[in-house]
Design a protein around this ligand. Structure first.
Ligand code: PNS
Length: 159
């Protein structure tokens, strides 16, 4: 049976930390669906289409990766996509509390749904989309934190 996971997030924009998790998920699953979802706690910066484009460009070398956008609950995206597991990256202990709550709520909403946590590599543990947005918005050099193919698009957005 084909093993499929879904890697959900805001990806606003995608960072090298995200890309690392996707690449590692590709070694564990036959298919990895990178799902752009709305986080109600966050106001978007890039459009969903722009985020998907950037993810597609950065994952062009990974044939198992599919990029999709979903509205609503993650559990509904999991049902629709037929994924067997949800993958989330953990950067630090501070991520753990909210991720644990989300995994437990999701497992109640969709019994049997598994969330797998992958530790972010130490070199990416301080990297976040919000830091990239903040540095870029003030004209700073954010290029070491995002896939090279997306640097110009992000820079242009803030110019
Ligand atoms: O990259 P993020 O912002 O940490 O990703 C969070 C995301 C989008 C995965 C999360 O907010 C989410 O699953 N949103 C969809 C709504 C939902 O299902 N919420 C969880 C149930 S409590």
């Amino acid at each position: 049976m084909e093993k499929v996971c879904i890697y959900p997030g805001s990806f606003d924009p995608m960072t090298l930390g995200h890309l690392d998790i996707i690449q590692r998920a590709c070694t564990l699953f036959d298919r990895v669906i990178v799902a752009v979802l709305h986080n109600p706690a966050k106001k978007g910066c890039f459009t969903v289409e722009e985020r998907m484009e950037m993810i597609r460009a950065a994952c062009a070398h990974l044939p198992q990766v599919e990029v999709a956008a979903f509205d609503g609950l993650l559990v509904d995206a999991v049902k629709k996509s037929g994924a067997h597991a949800v993958v989330r990256g953990l950067r630090a202990i501070s991520d753990f509390e909210s991720e644990k709550t989300m995994a437990q709520l999701n497992a109640e909403l969709l019994p049997g749904m598994e969330t797998l946590f992958m530790m972010t590599k130490p070199e990416h543990s301080h990297v976040s989309s919000s830091a990239v947005r903040e540095i870029a918005s003030f004209g700073g050099d954010f290029s070491r934190y995002v896939p090279a193919c997306n640097v110009e698009k992000i820079r242009n957005h803030f110019e």
